[in-house]
Ligand binder design. Structure first.
Ligand SMILES: O=C(O)C(=O)C[C@H](O)[C@H](O)COP(=O)(O)O
Length: 209
């Protein structure tokens, strides 16, 4: 068993059971965004490596927000783990599971949240010692009913469902015994960041239970 689950557990105890999934176009938006999320009680921020501004944004938050836990999403190669660790990211999230990424993350002491969508993928992640898993893309692969079904054969697995979750249904996920947190983008949507609508980010984040 690796330390990732314990690390995420400790971080999630510091704030709401949510991970803000961010697509950021300009690093200058990282600081006001983090302030807005913090004001709304969100502490875990996953900046997806989908834009060139992602690594600089991770670096800025790691430097200036000791009480924000910043990590990277969309990590699909071990080389990206090197970049994230160098930028000061404390966790990485993948859409799927990769033993090579897991190994690299363990070398750096960076927590890893791998994605799974099927029973076989869950078994592969378990074989590498990962019991806290991203359930992705949650809405599209069966949502709450699928998570209930998976609790039978995998009682030890705890999930962070992500993908297609909204303000209307996030609490249905959080009500499940095998869900620790949810990942979502609606409260820090790319258009809100582009419009610099920080008040909206704080208002939407503050509404999360
Ligand atoms: O590419 C990755 O590794 C990701 O992190 C994917 C994100 O988790 C989802 O794109 C978030 O989905 P929405 O909440 O529907 O916006």
């Amino acid at each position: 068993m690796n330390k990732s689950k314990a690390m995420f557990d400790a971080w999630l105890m510091q704030g709401k059971p949510v991970v803000a999934v961010i697509v950021i176009d300009h690093k200058d938006n990282a600081i006001p965004l983090a302030n807005a999320l913090k004001a709304g009680g969100v502490r875990m921020v996953e900046i997806t490596l989908r834009t060139p501004a992602a690594l600089d944004s991770i670096n800025a938050l790691a430097d200036q927000f000791p009480d924000i836990i910043v990590g990277a999403g969309t990590v699909v190669t071990p080389e990206q783990v090197d970049q994230v660790a160098k930028a000061g990211g404390r966790f990485i999230v993948s859409p799927g599971f990769s033993a090579k990424i897991a190994e690299r993350a363990e070398q750096y002491g960076v927590a890893y949240l791998p994605g799974v969508a099927t029973a076989t993928e869950i078994m592969t992640a378990l074989e590498s010692g990962y019991e806290f898993l991203k359930f992705y893309p949650a809405a599209q692969i069966g949502g709450v009913n699928m998570l209930k079904a998976l609790s039978g054969p995998f009682p030890q697995v705890i999930f962070c469902p992500t993908g297609g979750i909204s303000e209307q249904d996030y609490s249905d996920y959080l009500d499940l015994d095998n869900v620790r947190c949810i990942g979502g983008s609606w409260f820090a949507a790319n258009h809100l960041i582009r419009e610099k609508n920080w008040d909206a980010v704080t208002t939407l984040a503050a509404r999360l239970s």
